[in-house]
Ligand binder design. Sequence first.
Ligand code: EPZ
Length: 416
Amino acid sequence: MSCLEVVGGNSLYGEGTIQGSKNAILPMMAAALLTKEEVLLSNCPNISDVICMIDIMKDIGVQVVKQEHNLLIHAKDILNVTIKEEYGKRMRASVILASILLAREHKVKFPYPGGCTIGARPIDLHIQALEKMNVQFQEEEKFIVGNTLGFCGADIYFSFPSVGATQQAILAGVLAKGTTRIYNAAREPEVWTLCDMLNKMGARILGAGTKCLCIEGVECLHGIEYQVPCDRIVAQTYLCAAAGCGGEITLHTDCVMQMKMVMNMLQEMGVEIKSNPNMVCCKRKGQLKNIPKVKTAVYPGFPTDMQSIFLALLSIGEGTGVVEEEIFESRYACVPELKKMGADIRIVEQCAIVKGKRKLCGADVEAKDLRGGAALILAGLEAEGITRIKGGEYILRGYESLESELGQFGAKIRWM
Ligand code: EPZ
């Protein structure tokens, strides 16, 4: 288990840029397998979830070359339709390849993606959508096997605007026979990016970014060069770090419009925020004031991926704040760890009630998931003394060299 050491008490100053988006590139890598031509993705982040997806793609016979922040993918042939259990365990998002293998090879065998610390993570909406598009599934021990004679367009009604299930249905629809309409689709920016990339590859998708998508199936898609957008969650993590530690940082990023909800909440907490479409400056003046209620929601609401990180911020704000997690059923794994640092947090059903303290104290803690690990780093930066965080490998899943990225602003973080 890799361990991080964080020295608290320093304010953050400086300017920086933002890595490519984890939650955008994973479905984009899947989309690249829908053509036999070369696809070049630039601004690819150096994170372990991308490495895992590359391992899976090589395992099924795809040529992948990663050079720095460029990823060249060439799916001339698919040699294997089984996604190994070890990969499904490492990364739940690998389920997105089901539609790809069904579209290319009319068959797929993948491990049931288990739950994780943030919830059961079912895939019923994925299965329902693909079954409506002419796929038959059966269970084979710990695997799910899908077969089709070819995707047929269908009207898909999602009971919940699932990001992954929406992306799964889009990837199934672009080469299907006929038209696919998706109602109650997810509107996250990563869904819009996937539609934009596919349309530039020759797909015919209308309504990108809205709750209703219409996809007219085409014969084939061509290769493309596409730049991965900035990671909006990473950018908001850095803003919250500066808000928690004090100081002033400026981020040069094109995802400012996607961060308005969190930026507004920081302003309500007394943080000075200035921005234009390609830059955001965050300056902490004086004591943070806790806002009474934060409720996570689908985009453009307050992102669930920022919930744990906001807990670390509310832990040192003046007054009481209540966080209500509406998307995942158990995304509070970092709370016992924050309490080891002196945070006053009580969980009541889906709510976390946070009574802000003047200071947290450094402690030995353990990350249990990606965003919870980021929250512990922020708490360590805010705290007095040294915090040692076990489970650092969770953080590597989504943050590219967080220690040097935050280090450029004056944060003292090192791998032990
Ligand atoms: C994506 O996960 C992101 N991951 C998550 O980011 C993010 O938290 C989530 O969307 C919500 O924004 C990637 O993009 C790789 P969902 P996804 O399907 O697609 C339930 C991070 O930290 N659900 O929108 O899995 C599900 O249980 C990660 O970067 C079903 O019930 O999210 C959850 O309660 C964490 N049945 C809710 O929907 C299904 O078939 C939202 O899940 C699918 C989902």
